[in-house]
Design a binder for this molecule. Structure first.
Ligand code: AMP
Ligand code: MG
Length: 349
C-alpha cells in the first residue's frame, strides 16, 4: 500500500488540511496521527473491519484491546455506561493523557475491545487529533502506532520506520509532547479507581478526584505465570530493545565503577542523568552515553525514553544500563516502562 505522508503544525491546524484524513477514516482506512502522549494508529472505532485492519497493520495480538478516542468527554456516554466518577475525572483531566475503562455499549464492536465487556476511552488534547476526530464524525480507535513489540513512536520518523506502506496516511505533527502512553484507570462498580497503566496523570492527581486508587500489581511487578491480567496489554513484553537492559539502583559513583568494569570487555551503553555525565566519561570512556535529562526532570526523561530505546536498536550493544526510576509521581510511568524494557532486571548495590 502507498502511504501518503502530510505535515501539519499542531499550533496552527486548519480544518481543510485534515479533510482527506477524515475521509480515509470514514471509509474504513488507517491514519496515523499525533497525540500529546505518543502517535496513534487510527481507524473508525465503530467498525469491526477497521479494527481488524489495525491489528493486522501493527501485527498486534487480537486479544489486546484498542482505546477509542473521542473529541468531547460527554461523547463517552454514546459508547459506554458512564458514571459520576467518570465525569469527575473528565472535568479535571480531559482533554488530556488519561484513558478511562468503562462498561461498553453494544455499538462498540467486539473487535475494538477484544471481546471484553469494557472499553477504554480517551479524549486527547492535541489539536490535530481533536480536529481529525471531529471531522471524521466517529470515535477513532487507536493503539500506539508502532509495530507490535517495538517502543511506542514519539517522532514522525519512528512512525515512518515502522508503518510506511502499512497504512493509508501518516500525519507528521512533530514530536509527542509527553512521550509515554496515557494513564489508564478502570472505574470499578463502587466508583473507586484501579490504575492499570501509569502515565502523566499521576496517582496523586487521581487521588484529588477519588479517595481510593488501587494500583494493579502488574504496574510494578512481574506477572506470575497464569495470573489473570486486568489490562491485556500488561502481559506483553513491550518496549524491549534488542540488547539486554539492566536498571541500576545505586549512587552514581558505585554504578559507574560497575559500568566501567563491564565496558572493559563489552560494548556498553548507559542512560545517564545530565549532572553525572562528566563523571561517567571519566570513569568509563568507552561507554556510549545517552543523555537522559536531569535526575529530577522526569518529564524530560519521559520525553526522551522511547527515542533512546529505538536508537539503541540501531547499535549492537552487549548491555545497556540505566538508573532505576523512583515509583512516585511521573517516575511511576518511567518505572513501569523501563522495568519492562529491562525484563525486570534490577541491579542493587
Ligand atoms: P496502546 O494503545 O497501544 O497503548 O494499548 C492500549 C492498552 O489499553 C492495551 O494494551 C490495554 O492494556 C489497555 N486497554 C484497552 N482497553 C481496555 C479494557 N477494556 N480494559 C482494560 N485495559 C484496556
Ligand atoms: Mg502500544
Amino acid at each position: 500500500m502507498k502511504t501518503k505522508i502530510i505535515k501539519i503544525d499542531p499550533s496552527n491546524v486548519c480544518e481543510s488540511s485534515l479533510i482527506e484524513a477524515a475521509e480515509i477514516i470514514k471509509n474504513g482506512g488507517l491514519v496515523i496521527f499525533p497525540t500529546e502522549t505518543v502517535y496513534g494508529l487510527g481507524a473508525d472505532g465503530t467498525s469491526a473491519e477497521a479494527a481488524t485492519k489495525i491489528y493486522f497493520a501493527k501485527g498486534r495480538p487480537s486479544d489486546n484491546p484498542l482505546i477509542i478516542h473521542i473529541e468531547d468527554p460527554r461523547d463517552a456516554s454514546k459508547f459506554t455506561y458512564t458514571n459520576e466518577t467518570y465525569f469527575r475525572l473528565a472535568e479535571k483531566f480531559m482533554p488530556g493523557p488519561l484513558t478511562v475503562v468503562l462498561p461498553a455499549k453494544d455499538n462498540v464492536p467486539k473487535e475494538t475491545r477484544a471481546s471484553l465487556p469494557t472499553v477504554a476511552v480517551r479524549c486527547p488534547s492535541n489539536p490535530i487529533a481533536k480536529t481529525l476526530i471531529r471531522l471524521s464524525g466517529v470515535p477513532i480507535a487507536a493503539p500506539s502506532a508502532n509495530l507490535s513489540g517495538s517502543p511506542s513512536p514519539t517522532k514522525a520518523s519512528h512512525v515512518i520506520d515502522d508503518m510506511d506502506g502499512r497504512v493509508d496516511m501518516i500525519i507528521d505533527g512533530g514530536d509527542s509532547e509527553f512521550g509515554l502512553e496515557s494513564t489508564i484507570v478502570k472505574v470499578e462498580d463502587n466508583g473507586t479507581l484501579t490504575l492499570l497503566r501509569p502515565g502523566k496523570v499521576t496517582v496523586d492527581d487521581l487521588l484529588t478526584v477519588c479517595p481510593v486508587v488501587k494500583i494493579a500489581s502488574a504496574v510494578t511487578d512481574q506477572l506470575a505465570e497464569n495470573e489473570v491480567v486486568l489490562s491485556p496489554g500488561m502481559k506483553y513484553r513491550h518496549y524491549a530493545p534488542k540488547s539486554p537492559v539492566y536498571l541500576i539502583e545505586a549512587e552514581a559513583e558505585k554504578a559507574f565503577n560497575y559500568i566501567a568494569e563491564r565496558s572493559a570487555s563489552s560494548y556498553v551503553a548507559a542512560l545517564c542523568y545530565e549532572e553525572d555525565i562528566e563523571l561517567l566519561k571519566i570513569k568509563a570512556p568507552n561507554v556510549h552515553i545517552y543523555k537522559f535529562g536531569a535526575e529530577n526532570d522526569e518529564l524530560l526523561q519521559a520525553h526522551l525514553l522511547f527515542d533512546i530505546l529505538r536508537d539503541a536498536d540501531k547499535h549492537t550493544f552487549d548491555e545497556i544500563y540505566a538508573p532505576l526510576p523512583r515509583k512516585e509521581g511521573v517516575g511511576l510511568a518511567l518505572y513501569n516502562r523501563m522495568i519492562r524494557a529491562a525484563a525486570y532486571h534490577i541491579i542493587r548495590m
